[in-house]
Design a protein around this ligand. Structure first.
Ligand SMILES: [Zn+2]
Length: 98
């Protein structure tokens, strides 16, 4: 859906332009708390993409070497971008429907 595609790019831009914090943007956009549902206090993009256990299945097909890298080394790598937007889209859709 276009809506999720736009948001995917929106959040991905946060990754590539700065060390964005997803939860902080959630708070501003939707008035929700900024923590991650897994219990992590700060829902940083790096946490969501590389560490959060909620998205473990989505990460299954990623090369393990990606998880050892710095996110700033991965952002311009298009297979990583595809995987990252996939996670963002699922994250957005799960929150919009809950
Ligand atoms: Zn988490």
């Amino acid at each position: 859906m276009l809506y999720y595609r736009l948001y995917g790019d929106f959040y991905y831009n946060q990754v590539s332009t700065s060390h964005g914090v997803f939860g902080a943007h959630q708070k501003r956009l939707f008035g929700k708390e900024g923590g991650c549902p897994c219990g992590e206090q700060l829902e940083a993009i790096e946490h969501i993409l590389l560490k959060c256990k909620i998205w473990g299945n989505e990460r299954d097909y990623w090369p393990k070497s990606w998880l050892q890298k710095d996110i700033s080394d991965l952002v311009f790598y298009s297979p990583f971008k595809k995987g990252a937007i996939d996670i963002f889209e699922k994250l957005m859709s799960s929150r919009l429907t809950s």
